[in-house]
Design a protein around this ligand. Sequence first.
Ligand code: F6R
Length: 352
Amino acid sequence: MHLQTFSTPEEASEAVANLIISRINAFGPTQHHKFVLGLPTGGTPVRVYENLAERCEAGEISFEHVISVNLDEYVGLPPTHEQSYHHFMEEHFDIPPSQTHILPGVPIHPIQIITGTDPSAASEWESDLKAHQVSCAAYEALITYLGGINLLFMGIGANGHIGFNEPGSSFESRTRVVALNEGTREANARFFEDKSRVPTHALSMGLGTILDAQEIVVLALGSNKAEAIRRAVEDGINHMTPASVLQQHERVTFVADSSAASGLKEDTKEHLKLQSQSQSHSMHLARHGAAKSLITNSTNPPIDAAIDTCTSTTGDHGQRTNARPIVTLLAKGEVLLDHSEEGDEGDSLPGL
Ligand code: F6R
C-alpha cells in the first residue's frame, strides 16, 4: 500500500490526475488494445476530472482508446435525472458514450423479453430486482470481456465504503443491488432537495470486483474522511470498514489532502510515503534505465514483438485477455526480466 499526502485538495487531485495520465500513457492504448479505467462520481473526483479535461485539451493525454466503467449508479434514477451518475459523467468526463459504461439505474427487463413473463404477475419490486440482477451480472461479464480493469479510481465514504459497498459487505461480493446506509443517504442529501429524495438503493461493483482491478487509487479530501482513512489504513482488515480490504491488494495508492490524512500517525505517513517513493523510483528505472537497456541489449525480441507475445487481441471483437503488455509491467516496476539460456519468450516473465 502507498500513501501520498498533499497540503491542499487541488494538489491531491492533480496527483491523481498525474497517476491516471502516466498509467494510460505507459500502457499506450490502441484501437485493439484499450485501457480500461474504473471511475467514481460524487464530490471527490470533480477536480481530477477538470484537471484531466485541461490536460486532454493540452494534448498530454488522449482518451481515444480508453474505456471507462463506473463504480455505481442509484437505483431508480434515469440517465436524464440530474443526480444520476450517468448525468454526472456526461457533465464531468467527456468521452464518447460508446466508450463509457455505467450500470443502468432504471431496470431493463430482459427476462420479460426472453421468457414472455408478465411482470405484473410478480410484485413490481421483485420484477425490477430480477432485472437489476441481470444487469449486474451483465456488467461483471462486460468487465471480464474487456480484460479487467487496468486502473480503478475511487473516492471513499465517511463510513469507509468504496463504491457503494457499505459496512458489512462481503469481501467476495460482486456487482449487485445494495441498500444504502442512512449515513450515506444523509451525506448525499446535499446533492438532492432533501434526504427523502436520495434513492434507498444503488447498483455497485462488489468488493470482489474492485479487488480484481490491476491497480487502485483512492482519493480522500476533507476532514470528514479522516476517520475512514485512518481505519482503512491503520486498523486491521475489517468488514465494517470496507476500504480496509484494500490492504490486501497488491497495488493500491491512497492519495489524501492534509485534512483527510489528519487522523494518521506520523509514522504511518512516513512509512507509506517511503514506499510510494521507492515505487516511483523503480518505475523511473524501469522506464528510463536498467530495464529498458535489458530489453534493447538482450537477445529478446524487439519490444513490439514482445507486446504481441503477451497481449492477445482477437481481430473480430477487439476482445482482450487478462495478459498485460510487458511495457506496462515494466513501467510499473513489477517485472524482473528472466533471461533464460534459450532466449526470452513472454511467458517466461514472472508475474504474468
Ligand atoms: C461514488 C462512489 C462513492 C463515493 C463516496 C464519496 O461513485 O463510489 O463511494 O466515492 O460516497 O463521495 P464524495 O466524493 O461525494 O464524498
